[in-house]
Design a protein around this ligand. Structure first.
Ligand code: HEC
Length: 122
C-alpha cells in the first residue's frame, strides 16, 4: 500500500521538479536577455569623432569648420538636424543600409558615431 502510494506520487514529484527546472531555466534566459539588452557601455562621442575622421570624413563634412568634399554626401550637421539630434535614431540610421558605402558601422561604433553627431552644435 505504501509502496503503491509512493509510486503513484513519484511521477508527480518528477513533474514538479521538471517544472521547477524549466522555470529556473526561463528565469536564467530572461536574465540573460535583460543583460544583453542593457547597453554594455555609455556611448563615447570622442571615440565617435575619431571613427568619423577615419571612416567618414572622406565623403562627409563631419565638423562645422570643414568644407564639403563630395557633393552628394550630407554634412553630419545636416544629418544631426534631420534626425533631431537624437543619438539613438542616428545610430539606427548609421547601422542601416548605406548604399554608397561599402560598410555599415554597428554596435558600439554606430553608437559612438551617433553620440558624436548628436553632440554637434545645434
Ligand atoms: C564613400 C563615401 C561615403 C563615406 C565614406 C561615408 N558616407 Fe555616409 N553617405 C554618403 C552618401 C553619398 C550619402 C547620401 C546618399 C545615401 O544615403 O547613400 C550618405 C548618407 C549617410 C547617412 C544618411 C543621411 C540621411 O539623410 O539619412 C548617414 C547617417 C551617413 N551617411 C553616415 C555616415 C557615417 C557615420 C560614415 C562613416 C562611418 C559615412 N557615412 C561614411 C557617402 C559616404
Amino acid at each position: 500500500m505504501r509502496i503503491e502510494c509512493t509510486l503513484r506520487l513519484l511521477p508527480r514529484a518528477a513533474k514538479e521538479v521538471g517544472v521547477l527546472h524549466r522555470s529556473m531555466l526561463m528565469a536564467a534566459l530572461i536574465m540573460a536577455a535583460v543583460v544583453m539588452a542593457a547597453p554594455a557601455r555609455a556611448a563615447d562621442a570622442a571615440r565617435g569623432r575619431s571613427l568619423a575622421q577615419a571612416h567618414c570624413a572622406g565623403c562627409h563634412v563631419i565638423a562645422p569648420h570643414m568644407r564639403n568634399e563630395v557633393a552628394d554626401s550630407p554634412p553630419f550637421m545636416v544629418i544631426a538636424r534631420k534626425y533631431g539630434f537624437d543619438a539613438s535614431v542616428i545610430a539606427h540610421v548609421i547601422a542601416g543600409p548605406h548604399p554608397k558605402m561599402n560598410f555599415s558601422p554597428r554596435g558600439a561604433d554606430a553608437a559612438d558615431l551617433a553620440a558624436y553627431i548628436a553632440a554637434l552644435p545645434h
